[in-house]
Design a protein around this ligand. Structure first.
Ligand code: C5P
Length: 227
């Protein structure tokens, strides 16, 4: 079979990464979580006090962009790559609600997007890659052989994310998580640069009523039609 590029886009907490990891493992492909990259830049901005409750120093962040290095290193115990920000593993730190609450503001900045998109395109040069995010099929890999657009109701998504955060021991309420999911949906679909939108040639998958296994089987069927 020839190696292809699989682009997975969709709203927050639609299970994109679960599906992407399954596919990458099954096909022996690289998996890249682009949300982790935007989250890591957000963490950097928080650590350097560019973000406070009342203010956000966008210019300071843009000036520092050349100093931000992001890397993915495969962790054989987990079976997927973890993200490193300036040589430090930040996989856990980027998943907090604080980061989630600010990430869409960082992702609106064109300079940030240009830097991350370039790195993403380099990672996919040789195909054999599954990448998930918001603009993969529309901007990063417009010629991907398979494009998926994932949806589910906001309540379903918030419930899933809430359970995930509680399981990780984080102190959050369902209402907070639902609010965050809805706010990010709004900002991500309304921003000027690379808004979240289904590519014309993407296949929509509403997984509100699909189990993880059913979804995987369905998508594997699609992969086999193009690979
Ligand atoms: O996928 P995840 O929910 O971790 O992404 C976090 C945020 O990063 C999104 O809500 C969005 O604002 C931003 N993002 C983006 N483009 C991508 C991936 C993520 O703007 N390709």
């Amino acid at each position: 079979d020839k190696k292809i590029t699989i682009a997975i886009d969709g709203f927050s907490s639609t299970g994109k990464s679960t599906l992407a990891k399954q596919l990458a493992k099954h096909l022996g492909y690289i998996y890249v979580d682009t949300g982790a990259m935007y989250r890591a830049v957000t963490l950097y901005a928080m650590q350097h006090d560019f973000i406070s409750d009342t203010q956000f120093d966008k210019k300071a962040l843009i000036d520092k962009l050349p100093k931000i290095s992001l890397q993915f290193l495969f962790n054989p115990d987990l079976g997927y790559a973890e993200i490193f920000l300036n040589e430090k593993n930040v996989e856990t730190e980027i998943r907090t609600l604080e980061v989630s609450n600010f990430v869409s503001r960082i992702a609106e900045i064109s300079e940030v997007r240009a830097k991350l998109v370039e790195q993403q395109q380099n990672m996919g040069k040789n195909k054999g890659i599954v990448m998930d995010g918001r603009d993969i099929g529309t901007v990063v890999f417009t010629d991907a052989e398979l494009k998926l657009f994932m949806t589910a109701s906001p309540e379903t998504r918030a419930q899933r994310r809430y359970e995930e955060l509680i399981q990780k021991g984080q102190d959050v309420t369902y209402e907070e998580v639902l609010k965050n999911v809805q706010e990010r949906d709004y900002i991500d679909t309304h921003r000027e640069d690379s808004p979240l939108v289904k590519a014309d040639d993407a296949i929509e998958i509403d997984n509100s009523h699909l189990s993880i296994q059913e979804q995987f089987d369905k998508v594997l069927g699609l992969v086999n039609t193009v690979a």
